[in-house]
Write a protein that binds this ligand. Structure first.
Ligand code: GRF
Length: 222
């Protein structure tokens, strides 16, 4: 299947390291996509600076202006449409997608979450992993549905949880894998290879040397 250049819109609330990983993957020629716009609900999000540095339009949409969540999401959807976005990529976007966004981009919103879903959805993810004594954690790229971190899973990466881990060290180990897995999942979408059947995502043509699902195992500690 031939890859096309997929127009992306990225929603981010913070530092934007996943955005940067996607921009870098595109710049390296390994991802046939283009970031058309970065939208943030936080005026001074570093993700907006990263976008501007890469020559990508950076738009702040104020979530507190009149009309509540529906009006806010309508404005976000309008910005994404104006920029010709086909796939919406949530990258550290700290809001739950509501019905306006879901309706504007049905089956076309991805999210990355720093755990092996369905374990540990929501907030304080690393704390949940540590408190529950998980031996492995990781990250998950999934389609977004109306729930919190509940949509069909596209790709995951596994990392070990070490006895000495703190929330920060575990988050950092997971983040390195996020930067590999998110571009991979977007590539599968761009190549038109993802099929959602119920809660499962099937990958049409396996990537060379893999079964189509990104399980990235770093070396285990000895
Ligand atoms: C990542 O850990 C992501 O999984 C979570 O929020 C964090 C965003 O990091 N949803 P960044 O803004 O991409 O650096």
């Amino acid at each position: 299947m031939t890859a096309r250049t997929l127009p992306l819109g990225v929603l981010a609330s913070g530092r934007g390291s996943n955005l940067q990983a996607i921009l870098d993957e595109i710049a390296s020629g390994r991802l046939a996509a283009i970031v058309k716009v970065v939208v943030s609900d936080v005026a001074d999000a570093f993700a907006l600076d990263r976008a501007r540095r890469s020559g990508v339009p950076a738009v702040f949409v104020d979530p507190r202006s009149p009309g509540g969540k529906a009006a806010y999401e309508k404005r976000v959807a309008a910005v994404l449409r104006e920029h010709g976005v086909d796939l919406v990529v949530l990258a550290g976007y700290m809001r739950i997608c509501g019905s306006e966004l879901l309706a504007a981009f049905p089956g076309r919103i991805l999210n990355i979450h720093p755990s092996l879903l369905p374990a540990f959805p929501g907030l304080h993810v690393q704390r949940q992993a540590l408190e529950n004594g998980a031996r492995f954690s990781g990250c998950t790229v999934h389609f977004v549905d109306a729930g919190v971190d509940t949509g069909p899973i596209i790709a995951q990466a596994v990392v070990p949880v070490l006895d000495a881990d703190t929330e920060d060290t575990l988050a950092a180990r997971i983040l390195r894998q996020e930067h590999r897995v998110y571009p991979h999942a977007i590539r599968l979408f761009a190549e038109g290879r993802l099929r959602v059947e119920g809660r499962r995502v099937l990958v049409d043509a396996p990537a060379p040397g893999a079964d189509g699902v990104a399980i990235v195992h770093p070396p285990l500690p000895s």
